[in-house]
Design a protein around this ligand. Structure first.
Ligand code: HEM
Length: 689
């Protein structure tokens, strides 16, 4: 985006270009002197004004009153869903313009568009753990030259329900039960499964949520999906239906369930921290924007799939995902509240050339976001909050209301007017680039009913199951078994088994066996064609940018070897931590020193992607440490890369994890570095079990 072509001033006239945001002090933080909110310099903010040093506090202390008043009102309501989140700034680089499909300027000529991306969990409250089993929000705000476009998606391409009128129901069922406010941030309870078992349209989504997709390794390793089908319209009025995809350059990777549960306690900020650290270390998270393009037609179907039904995906084997650009996150927020918390996405924020389709889930969303933000952000002027302001000029004729920031001059905020010289004027089609809607016929009786083409709830649930590798299926079985074993009402468990029976007999019998119940017979769909693109299995080493590798070391560590491993790890843009029995400096075998950045008292294996035991005389004493034995065995059980060189190999042997797929060991550090980086790039070594 060029500052020359777009005036980066907003409704209140402040320069809020990304350059200015990054470098200049914000208006409320000018100068280096502490002041009140009205600019009076404060001489003492540590002692309230008292009648004598041991006497009563005086009401006249205006600084005390203002400071406490403001503090009392620091909290705003959290989002009704997606309350827990983390976000970053970045840019979208268009590589392949698509003017043949859309007139949206940011997709038609090569350029960079600033973006803000917020990731979130859905069910938990603001303070809940990042690693809960849940859908992840993937909300992108594009600050385009023609206004803001929000692509408010998830990391799962389908949804629980087909009609937005059911949204309060699914959320009420998933949230903590209202009488006891238990459990936090999880669906493993009666009310969720009660609703799910009575709502067959949720079957496909349940498969995704019980898969490893719902416990991502990091935000960086998630796919993103716009979920709904949208309509692209080009300059000539030609239209194409589209599904938006974000493909992570770091690959699609997840945690294992035990890890995610432990991390919930050990580091509830695991994903937030990972995102922050990746950006600070220059390992910028990156995704490719991909489009599945499908012909527009009256039916709005594709290979028999109703494109208006948000519980259905289009297999990539039927409509390939065409990559057109890249999104790179390269700047952390300067203030979590001002940006991440106050950002207001809206599924109805479109720019010229992109339109909603008649998906009934999407239509409820078009209303819901604007409506909820009136309460959450304290009135109707939230578009003026810096993070929400467009870079495109604003002249909106909207006036007044709570928290109005703009000093809108002039007498004529209405159209038509003559008092204001007729301004602001409409942008008619031929006269500029106004937002217009493709004329389409709408015809039909006024009814409360779903199309018959929405009726098949099981074929794509079966498609998902059948596209999974054996280990992925086992994880799905384990997840259903975990969740349902927390359900107290047997009738609900049995009803869920009834749903599973219409998806797959093997899935049903394995879950039923774990619950100690009989597997009911069902009618699973026949002749389903699997979609290999749905599996997350890795067949060759991928990038390891931002991955975290622990090197276990003690005094006497082979310093030269440690440097060689560090060079290899950091050369691959990953992060190395020396984890030792004590903090501070370690003596190396060559008489030098190395710094332990974590200790075995504080660190746990679940915080790392791989563990390597260093060579050197210090290795000898490590074998006797029970905490380290547990550390190594856990990493092995979680299928992570393990490594050791020279004397370090005896430590792996003592923990009985010295051999197996993904265990890399050698005479020297230099001998293992290449293999180590490749092994980490495989993410997990599933064949170990
Ligand atoms: C395809 C289905 C859906 C997707 C992908 C989706 C995605 C999201 C995401 C990513 C957020 C978090 C935005 C942020 O980071 O601030 C969000 C918030 C929210 N969603 Fe949805 N959602 C879906 C369905 C719905 C439906 C059907 C409704 C209501 C009818 C709804 C209502 C809300 C509300 C009220 C919020 C909170 C917004 C705020 O306070 O700013 N969502 N949704």
């Amino acid at each position: 985006m060029s500052k020359k072509t777009v005036d980066p001033r907003s409704a209140d006239g402040h320069d809020q270009s990304p350059e200015r945001e990054a470098t200049s002090p914000h208006w409320e933080q000018q100068g280096d002197t502490l002041t009140t909110s009205l600019g009076v310099r404060v001489s003492d903010t540590d002692n309230s004004l008292r009648a004598g040093s041991r006497g009563p506090t005086l009401l006249e202390d205006f600084h005390l009153r203002e400071k406490i008043m403001h503090f009392d009102h620091e909290r705003i309501p959290e989002r009704v869903v997606h309350a827990r989140g983390a976000a970053a700034h970045g840019r979208f680089i268009l590589d392949t313009p698509i003017p043949e499909h859309t007139s949206a300027a940011f997709l038609t000529t090569q350029r960079e568009t600033p973006v803000f991306l917020r990731f979130s969990t859905v069910a938990g409250s603001r303070g809940s753990a990042d690693t809960a089993r849940d859908v992840r929000g993937f909300a992108v705000k594009f600050y385009t030259d023609e206004g803001n476009f929000d692509l408010v998606g998830n990391n799962i391409p389908v949804f629980f329900i087909q009609d937005g009128i059911k949204f309060p129901d699914v959320i009420h069922a998933a949230k903590p039960e209202p009488d006891r406010e238990i459990p936090q941030a999880q669906t493993a309870h009666d009310t969720f499964w009660d609703f799910a078992s009575l709502t067959p349209e949720s079957a496909h989504m349940l498969m995704w949520v019980m898969s490893d997709r719902a416990i991502p390794r990091s935000f960086r390793t998630m796919e993103g999906f716009g979920v709904h089908t949208f309509r692209l319209v080009n300059e000539e009025g030609g239209s194409t239906l589209v599904k938006f995809h974000w493909k992570p350059v770091a690959g699609i990777h997840s945690l294992v369930w035990e890890e995610s549960q432990k991390l919930g306690g050990i580091d509830p900020d695991f994903h937030r921290r990972d995102l922050w650290n990746a950006i600070e270390s220059g390992a910028f998270p990156e995704w490719e924007l991909g489009l599945q393009l499908m012909p527009d037609s009256d039916e709005q179907t594709f290979h028999g799939i109703d494109l208006l039904d948000p519980t259905k995906l289009v297999p990539e084997e039927l409509a390939p995902v065409t990559r057109i650009g890249r999104l790179i996150l390269d700047r952390n927020p300067a203030n979590f509240f001002a940006e991440t918390e106050q950002v207001a996405f809206c599924a109805g924020s479109f720019v010229r050339g992109i339109e909603p389709t008649d998906d009934p889930l999407l239509h409820a969303r078009l209303f819901s976001y604007l409506d909820t933000q009136i309460t959450r952000l304290g009135g109707p002027n939230f578009a003026q909050i810096p993070i929400n302001r467009p870079l495109a000029p604003v002249n909106d004729n909207l006036r007044d209301g709570f928290a109005q920031q703009a000093v809108a001059a002039g007498r004529a905020p209405y159209v038509p007017n003559s008092v204001g010289g007729g301004c602001p004027i409409h942008t008619k089609d031929g006269n500029g680039r106004g937002y217009t809607v493709l004329p389409r016929s709408v015809d039909g009786p006024k009814v409360r009913e779903r199309a018959q083409s929405f009726d098949d709830h099981y074929t794509q649930a079966a498609l998902f199951w059948q596209s999974m590798a054996a280990v992925e299926r086992t994880h799905i079985v384990d997840a259903f078994s975990f969740e349902l074993s927390h359900v107290e009402t047997v009738a609900i468990q049995e009803r869920v088994l009834g749903v599973l029976a219409d998806i797959d007999a093997e899935l049903t019998s394995r879950v039923a066996a774990n619950l100690g119940l009989d597997a009911p017979a069902g009618s699973p769909p026949a002749g389903v064609e699997p979609s290999p693109a749905l599996s997350m299995m890795v067949t060759e080493p991928g990038p390891i940018d931002g991955r975290v590798i622990a090197v276990i070391a003690a005094d006497g560590v082979d310093g030269v070897g440690l440097d060689a491993v560090r060079d290899a790890v950091e050369g691959a843009n990953a992060v190395l931590h020396v984890v030792a029995p004590h903090g501070g400096a370690l003596q190396t075998s060559g008489g030098g020193s190395a710094v332990a950045t974590k200790t075995l008292f504080g660190a746990q294996s679940v915080e790392f992607d791989a563990v390597v035991v260093a060579g050197g005389s210090g290795a000898e004493g490590l074998s006797a440490m029970p905490a380290l034995t547990l550390f190594l065995q856990e990493a092995y059980r979680h299928h992570k890369t393990l490594g050791a060189w020279a004397e370090g190999r005896s430590v792996l042997a003592a923990a009985a994890v010295a051999a197996g797929p993904g265990v890399v060991s050698g005479e020297s550090a230099e001998a293992i570095t290449a293999e180590l980086v490749d092994a980490v790039g495989m993410h997990r070594h599933w064949d170990r079990s």
